[in-house]
Design a protein around this ligand. Structure first.
Ligand SMILES: *Cc1c(COP(=O)(O)O)cnc(C)c1O
Length: 348
């Protein structure tokens, strides 16, 4: 990459090995299920998360939406955390395209919904009420700074789902970050969910795409939902080839991104006026705030980082700054960001 960009891991470019594989990918018409590279990616993905089958989709948003359309119908309800990506950042797709009502619950600082609150939110069978069909969970939990939730949380969700005949879908956009951070296999985090989406296009560096995984029966239905959403792609093997490399060689190195994120948080914590808790950094996302004494808003800091230092960083309402580490950002880039933030705070 030719710039320092901490806005997200989505900005990561494909690696040289990926570009090479893309150039030489064997392809076919994937709507006819004839693209050998897509099939290889889907099989590999399913194996990694311990499910029967996978479906290559254009984005994490499309994967979550296709899964929701399969699990729930018009007038049904899905229970999910208030800060979850599906609720906050996916353009209301479940409601606008599926007629599915989001039933949001507060989530704690790690992104967990309270189990009693979930149980209490499940509707009784009464013609006045919508039908609860789906529990939607997320790992890592992006809105809470990339927290890695443990298998036990999902096992508890499974129990509730079993009691009430609900499906469980996991938005695992950064599932492998969650697995690597806990030193466990990703399949341990997906054993208790019916379906899971993960992104190839974030820390794993592929240019495009996500995979939605579940049972054979589920994926057959999801294939129809994907087509309905306009997501049936043709010689998609050109894209899937990068995804294969992502799954084969980019997962274990995510530990480096986590180390760099921790380093970033530690160094930022040494700057006067920056509020950050390094011990809360579990994966590749660093959330921090600016003290009022700095007289600087996150927007202003972000603007000056870009204008004066050519460094990208995200800011959000509520005094939140976010920096995300990825393959193209090492310790030198971390030090460049910290140095620039320090210089801006000194010279305001
Ligand atoms: C990025 C992300 C998605 C959606 O991914 P897109 O590919 O951008 O549609 C879903 N959930 C979470 C938690 C994400 O971080």
């Amino acid at each position: 990459m030719d710039r320092i960009d901490f806005r997200s891991d989505t900005v990561s470019w494909p690696t040289p090995a990926m570009r090479e594989a893309m150039a030489h990918a064997r392809v076919g018409d994937d709507v006819y299920e004839e693209d050998p590279t897509v099939r290889r990616l889907e099989d590999l993905a399913a194996e990694r998360v311990g499910k029967e089958a996978g479906l290559f989709v254009a984005s994490g948003t499309m994967g979550n939406l296709a899964a929701t359309l399969v699990h729930a119908g018009r007038g049904d309800e899905a229970i999910l955390g208030r800060e979850s990506h599906v609720f906050q950042w996916e353009a209301g797709g479940m409601a606008s395209l599926g007629g599915v009502m989001p039933h949001t619950l507060e989530n704690d600082d790690d992104g967990r919904m309270d189990l009693d609150a979930v149980e209490g939110a499940v509707r009784e069978d009464d013609p006045h009420l919508p039908r609860t069909r789906l529990l939607l969970v997320e790992n890592t939990f992006g809105g809470c700074g990339g927290t890695a939730l443990p298998p036990e949380y999902f096992a508890a969700m499974r129990e509730i789902a079993e009691r009430h005949g609900l499906a469980v879908h996991l938005d695992g956009a950064r599932l492998f970050n969650a697995a690597v951070a806990q030193g466990i296999d990703a399949s341990k985090l997906t054993a208790d969910v019916d379906s899971v989406t993960f992104c190839l296009s974030k820390g794993l560096c592929a240019p495009v795409g996500s995979v939605l995984c579940g049972s054979n029966e589920f994926v057959a239905e999801a294939r129809r939902a994907r087509k309905r959403l306009g997501g049936g792609m043709r010689q998609a093997g050109v894209l899937a080839a990068a995804g294969v490399i992502a799954l084969e060689s980019m997962i274990s190195r995510l530990a480096e991104d986590h180390e760099n994120a921790r380093l970033l948080a530690e160094e930022l914590s040494g700057l006067k006026g920056v509020r950050v808790e390094p011990s809360r950094v579990q994966t590749n996302i660093v959330h921090f705030e600016l003290d009022a004494s700095t007289g600087l808003t996150p927007e202003e800091l972000g603007r000056r980082l870009q204008a004066d230092y050519g460094i990208g960083m995200s800011t959000y309402p509520g005094n939140l700054c976010r920096a995300v580490t990825h393959y193209w950002l090492g310790k030198n880039e971390v030090r460049a960001l910290v140095g620039a933030v320090g210089a801006i705070l000194d010279n305001r």
